[in-house]
Design a protein around this ligand. Structure first.
Ligand SMILES: Cc1ncc(COP(=O)(O)O)c(C=O)c1O
Length: 339
């Protein structure tokens, strides 16, 4: 097998052995099939190409000290994909089919699950697209669900080291009553230009404000946002952000660590009162925020004076990772063991 340098992996695509596919035809989903091709034959009038009938998911599998492979909160991703399907009128994939395909994709590519010591993981990318041909703006009558996997390292090259974020008011990733709560491609297309502007100025990502009033924090490009103050974990409530499964998990863990948890609107000015801040997501895990520069108001909010993650972010990060890698017992039933 290719020599993979597990500790040097970045967050990118690497070919693995197999992917799993499942077709929706004649009004029903078929059984998952195994493929060794990286290509999908597609009709040129497929609705995913023209009308954005495309939703995806992202989850991870981890190899423990015991050599066992654990998938984190797979059912939550299955349910969120169903919500995305309802959001853009695609046929909902049954939870059991999602789970079966994900487990099979991990099993068939076990040699790509990074070793425990590397701190890397296997990223799992489920994708559901409209494949049926339409020329008018209508939902397709045929769909394809694919699951592929790829080993990954940290999303931001700095890993757990705090990095800067930017507020840029000239762009929205999603409209207030739009598709922001769904994991659909269009939201990410809308985020490419502001994301590129942020990167070119040296920021990890954009911190989006609510699209209606530009008064409240929404989320970071590819992750949710949280702030810490007075032993409280505070995270935005909004109609245009993706309900992050990592964030949901961190809220549980924060309570377990004796903190208060608040999910509510977070005014931009409140940034000045946080002791720590972070971006959280499957890919980002917890990426501590060094500083947020409000580029329009010429203001900066600093969360790390010494360039290190704060104590609460460290505790939450360690706790989450311990459960994911099997170092701590799975008392919430978040783990699926791949036998
Ligand atoms: C826009 C956006 N917000 C938040 C998240 C984090 O969600 P999760 O923790 O479920 O990965 C992601 C990544 O999946 C995302 O793309």
């Amino acid at each position: 097998m290719e020599n993979i340098n597990w500790t040097e992996l970045s967050f990118g695509y690497m070919k693995t052995d197999y992917n799993i596919r499942c077709y929706y035809r004649n009004g029903k989903w078929g059984e998952p099939e195994i493929s060794d091709s990286e290509m999908i034959p597609l009709h040129m009038a497929a609705t995913c190409l023209h009308y954005g009938q495309e939703a995806f998911e992202g989850l991870k599998a981890f190899k423990g000290k015991d050599g066992k492979v654990r998938i984190f909160r797979m059912r939550e991703n299955a349910l969120r994909l169903q919500a995305s399907c309802r959001g853009i009128l695609m046929s909902e994939l049954p939870v059991e089919v999602f789970e079966k395909a994900v487990v099979e994709a991990v099993k068939r590519n076990q040699r790509f699950v990074p070793p425990y010591e590397s701190g890397a993981s296997l990223y799992i990318r489920p994708l559901l697209i409209g494949t049926g041909a339409q020329v008018g703006v209508k939902p397709a009558s045929e769909y394809l669900f694919v699951v592929f996997v790829t080993p990954v390292g940290p999303y931001f090259k700095e890993g757990f080291k705090p990095t800067p974020y930017a507020i840029i008011r000239g762009y929205d990733r999603a409209a207030p009553l739009g598709t922001g709560t769904f994991k659909v491609g269009g939201n990410y297309a809308a985020s490419l230009v502001p994301g590129e502007i942020a990167h070119s100025k040296g920021y990890s990502a954009v911190l989006y404000l609510d699209a209606r009033e530009k008064k409240y924090i929404d989320e970071c490009g590819p992750a949710n946002f949280f702030g810490i103050k007075n032993n409280t974990y505070i995270t935005p409530e909004s109609v245009s952000i993706l309900p992050s499964i990592t964030n949901k998990s961190l809220m549980v863990l924060a309570e377990e660590l004796g903190m208060k948890v608040e999910r509510r609107q977070v005014p931009v000015e409140e940034l000045a009162t946080f002791e720590e801040a972070g971006a959280c997501g499957t890919a980002a895990v917890i990426s501590p925020v060094l500083r947020i520069d409000d580029l329009d108001e010429n203001k900066s909010y600093v969360f790390s004076k010494d360039g290190q993650a704060g104590p609460v972010s460290i505790r939450l990060y360690n706790k989450l990772r311990a459960i994911q890698y099997g170092d701590e017992p799975d008392k919430y039933g978040w783990i699926t063991l791949v036998e």
